[in-house]
Design a protein around this ligand. Structure first.
Ligand code: SF4
Length: 192
């Protein structure tokens, strides 16, 4: 009896918290488990291609800076974030943290770590390379190390990432990176 009460008191809030914190915007934990993380593992296996593609994609977005400026970055935020959420949700199980670090993590999204660790794995990786919290899920940091090994700039995985700024959740990383790159380009031009 005492055990039953103890279990209810202790485990219920933990399960609820885990679901809230690890559920991507557009995918339930069941759905993710059902497809065996196949797409995200495929992406990691092809991280070199995605590194190349992302580089081209970022350049194309930067080329469109005059258009984003004309439309207004604020006004573009909603539709671009919508597209980003769905494209990256499909490929990376993206949770729209708003501060994408995929190019530094072997194309394995660290926000899929139930502990949301951004600088390497915890000490609980299982012997089979799976997560200690979600035993069916390959540890995102084991995958990150594999993906980084395939990439031209894979050593970016050694860069220490800043803590997540929760106020940016749900916003578009694509637009943020583009605006920052455009500002840096203008600053460099002014200096020259
Ligand atoms: S790091 Fe953030 S933006 Fe990038 S895929 Fe993961 S949740 Fe999405």
């Amino acid at each position: 009896m005492v055990d039953a009460v103890h279990k209810t008191d202790v485990t219920t809030p933990v399960v609820t918290a885990a679901r809230n914190s690890t559920t991507p915007d557009n995918a339930s934990p069941n759905w993710r488990t059902g497809r065996k993380y196949a797409v995200r593992l495929w992406v990691v296996r092809h991280s070199r291609f995605f590194e190349w593609f992302y580089g081209r994609f970022a350049s194309a977005f930067l080329l469109l800076h005059p258009f984003w400026k004309f439309v207004g970055y604020q006004r573009a935020e909603r539709p671009v974030a919508f597209v980003e959420r769905h494209v990256k949700g499909l490929l990376f199980d993206c949770r729209m943290c708003g501060q994408c670090v995929l190019s530094s993590t072997g194309m394995s999204c660290p926000m899929n770590c139930p502990k949301q660790l951004r600088n390497g794995p915890c000490g609980g990786v299982r012997a089979d390379g799976n997560c200690e919290v979600e035993p069916d899920m390959p540890c995102v940091w084991v995958q990150a190390w594999k993906g980084a090994g395939n990439m031209v700039h894979g050593d970016a995985i050694l860069t220490v990432q800043e803590p997540v700024n929760q106020s940016l959740r749900g916003t578009s990383s694509w637009l943020r990176v583009t605006a920052a790159a455009a500002a840096a380009r203008s600053a460099a031009k002014e200096k020259a």
